[in-house]
Structures are given as C-alpha cells and as structure tokens.
Design a protein around this ligand. Structure first.
Ligand code: NAD
Ligand code: MG
Length: 391
C-alpha cells in the first residue's frame, strides 16, 4: 500500500531480488495512474488499487494498453479489499499520513503480517491500533529505521507477541537532526520547501522530509516507540546523530547498550521485516566504517525544535492529543509545501490547534476520526489566518 512512494518503491526493489520467496499480490497508489500501471506490470501484481476512484477507468485503460489483465479496484473500499485478500500474507503499510489508517487496521484485523511504515496511523490511534494487534495476534514489524533498529536490539518474546522489553532502561532514539540541525531559528522562517526537503542523509517523500526538518518526525517517532515497545515517555531519549549510521539503541538495566548500525537505506529495515526471522540480501552495500571514521552524538535542542516538546506533551496528555497533533501537522505541512505559510508557521499552527481543541479519551475508532477531522478543520482555519496576515 503506497507502492508509488519512496518506501513502496524500495519495497518492490527488495522483493524483485527474491522472486523465489515473494509474489506481489496487489499494489496501491493515491492518484499516479501511469506509475501504478507500470509498477503493476513490472511486479506482475494481480490487483491494482487506486484511492482516487475517479481514476479507475483511466487505470483500467492504461493497464489494458500495457497488456495487463490485473484487476482494478478503487476508492477506500478498494484499498480495504486488497489489504485483506485471502492470498495476501503480508502487507506493507506505506501510505503517508492518516489516509493509511483504515487499510492498515483492516490488514491487522485480517491477521496479516504487518510491515508498518505509516507511523501516522499508530500515532493517531495508538491504544486502539495496539488492541487490534493483540486481539488478532498480528506480527507487527516496524519499518521506520529507528523502530526497526530498536526491534532488532530486543530479544524475541517467548510467546511470539512483540519483542521482549523486560530489562530495558531506556530507548535511545537517534535522529540526524534534519537539514536545519545547525541553523539558528532566525534563519528558518524563509526557507523554501525544496530546502526543507533536502535531507542530508535520507531520500524520502516530501511530507516526511518536512517533518524531519521541523523534527516533528522525531516527535511522531517518540509516540510510535511508546506504542510499539510499551515504553513510557521518560524512558525514550532522543539522541541527535548527524551521520545516520546508528539507527537507534536500547539501554539495559545492566549498563549494556545495544545499537543497530547500517547505511541509511530503507531497504535494510524493509528486508529485515520481509525475511524475519531470517535474513536476506537487501541490495545494500556494506557499511564502510573506515570511511565514516567518526560518529557524533548531541543533545536535542527543544528551543530551536519545539515540535519535540509538543510531541512529549501530546504523549503525556494521551487520548486524542496525538491525533490532533498529527492532523494539524499534516495540514500545516501541506500548506507549507504549497507555499501558503512559512516554515516556522508549521509548528505554530500545531500549537494553536492543540491549544484550542479539548483532549478527549479514545474509546473507539470513531473517536480518533472525530479528533482528526476537527483538528484538520481548526488547523485549516489557522493556516488561513496566517496566510491572510502574511499577504
Ligand atoms: P511518499 O509520499 O513517497 O509516498 C506515499 C504513498 O502513499 C504514495 O504511494 C501515494 O500514492 C500514497 N498515498 C498518498 N496519499 C494517499 C491517500 N490519500 N490514499 C491512498 N494512498 C495515498 O511517502 P514515503 O516517504 O514513502 O512515506 C510513506 C510512509 O512511510 C509515511 O508514513 C512515512 O512517515 C513513512 N516512512 C518513510 C520513510 C522514508 O524513507 N521514505 C522512512 C520512515 C518512515
Ligand atoms: Mg525514522
């Protein structure tokens, strides 16, 4: 799911290296008809699902011209259908943002092995998401490089339900610091979307690239780590590590610190999760420690990157706070990417939205969706106010 994206393409690259092990049942995209059709043919998928239902006919025609007889599905129902097909064993959840929540949960309810890149889904619906994972005994494998690293630094549990976390003192969540790690706040308001998306160590989709620049990505990852590993906020320490070689660490009560290292290439975590508990070639070159030479570690700066503080706050509030934060972030990032607001306005809009909306408990999925849509509406109003005052 999200085959045309950065994670989607890396996944198909890994899968194509192992035709003996994997067969692609279905691929999905939001609206890129030509790219989705080309990928469908390339990986011989039997199903292609397009979220924008108005493009189903165009996709069908394009596939016919390419000589493919893949079945076309569309809309949210189409995404849910491919996520739960009988012939599917594993689902790569790589749709960006809240749009991925429903198909990701559908895959979990169907008991599929779930490879989770779509961190926003877990952030917004944490307790409900994890209840479904437990209830349906889902093998949940994190794809986010940090969480995949933490997973690899933990022993497998005896009951097969998530990794064993007894004896852990802290999770050391590394982050490169993004493209503006060394910039003063005063230099940031006028940076362009392209500058914000020019990540020093990772090539990624534009939304997560902006998240990395504001460090909201690390904020989302704090909440993601909380749900995946049951770690309280005070046991999750963000560590700035500009080289992106150590992908995260686990500190144990006996003083041991175990790190997972590798080149910054998402094909490593993707491959780890696809092959788990085995290992297979990911097409990633060996880590050249001699050319890297030095690894640096720094304290995160909460004043220059207030998104980190907001995320800890939202996690402490619990309930709908992370969903509100996530939704406001999605609206603000989209507004920044289309040039409607400045870079520093992104986090201000999230703060304003969190300040206005009450935090409510999450009892069922409807509560999550209500918080998400209210926060989107409120954040859109905040974007309009900023855009008007700047004009
Ligand atoms: P991307 O923008 O490159 O791709 C997003 C994919 O989602 C595309 O296939 C797009 O068609 C699909 N999509 C977008 N909106 C949709 C909608 N409304 N309905 C259905 N499909 C929709 O993004 P990406 O960088 O591949 O990131 C995907 C997810 O993985 C995000 O949640 C991101 O946080 C996470 N992630 C990415 C990386 C990375 O290296 N790119 C690393 C860690 C985590
Ligand atoms: Mg990450």
């Amino acid at each position: 799911m999200g085959a045309t994206g950065s994670i989607g393409r890396s996944t198909l690259d890994v899968v194509a290296r192992h035709p003996d092990r994997f067969h692609v049942v279905a691929v999905t995209a939001n609206s890129k008809v030509d790219e989705l059709a080309a990928l469908t043919v390339q990986c011989r998928a039997g199903f292609a699902a397009i979220a924008d239902a108005s493009l189903a006919t165009a996709l069908r025609e394009r596939l016919r011209r390419l000589g493919s007889d893949a079945k076309v599905l569309s809309g949210s129902a189409g995404l849910l259908e491919v996520a739960t097909l009988e012939t599917v064993d594993a689902v790569m959840a790589a749709i960006v943002g809240a749009a991925g929540l429903a198909p990701t949960l559908a895959a979990a309810r169907a008991g599929k092995r779930l490879l989770l890149a779509n961190k926003e889904a877990l952030v917004m619906a944490g307790p409900i998401f994890m209840d479904i994972v437990r209830e349906h005994k889902v093998l949940l494998l994190p794809i986010d490089s940090e969480h995949n690293a933490i997973f690899q630094c933990l022993p497998a549990s005896l009951n097969g339900q998530g990794p064993e976390t007894r004896g852990v003192r802290r999770i050391l969540l590394t982050g490169s610091g993004g493209p503006f790690r060394a910039r003063a706040r005063s230099e940031l308001q006028n940076v362009t979307p392209d500058e914000a998306c020019a990540h020093p160590t990772w090539a990624m989709g534009r939304k997560i690239s902006v998240d990395s620049a504001t460090m909201m990505n690390k904020g989302l990852e704090i909440i993601e780590a909380h749900w995946l590993f049951g770690a309280p906020a005070e046991a999750i320490q963000v560590v700035i590590h500009p080289q992106s070689v150590v992908h995260s660490m686990v500190e144990y009560i006996d003083g041991s610190v175990i790190a997972q290292m590798g080149n910054p290439d998402m094909r490593t975590p993707i491959s780890q999760a696809l092959a788990y508990p085995e290992r297979m070639d990911a097409g990633v070159g060996a880590l050249d420690l001699f050319s890297i030479g030095t690894l640096n570690f720094e304290q995160p700066d909460f004043n220059r990157f207030p998104a980190l503080r907001l995320a800890y706050w939202a996690l402490a509030q619990g309930g709908s706070a992370p969903a509100i934060m996530n939704a406001a972030n999605e609206i603000a990032v989209a507004a920044f990417l289309r040039g409607a607001i400045g870079f520093l306005d992104v986090v201000t809009i999230i703060e304003d939205t969190l300040a206005v909306l009450p935090v409510t408990p999450l009892r069922e999925l409807g509560d999550v969706m209500a918080a998400d849509s209210e926060a989107r509406a409120e954040a859109n109003r905040a974007v309009d106010r900023r855009a008007r005052s700047a004009a």
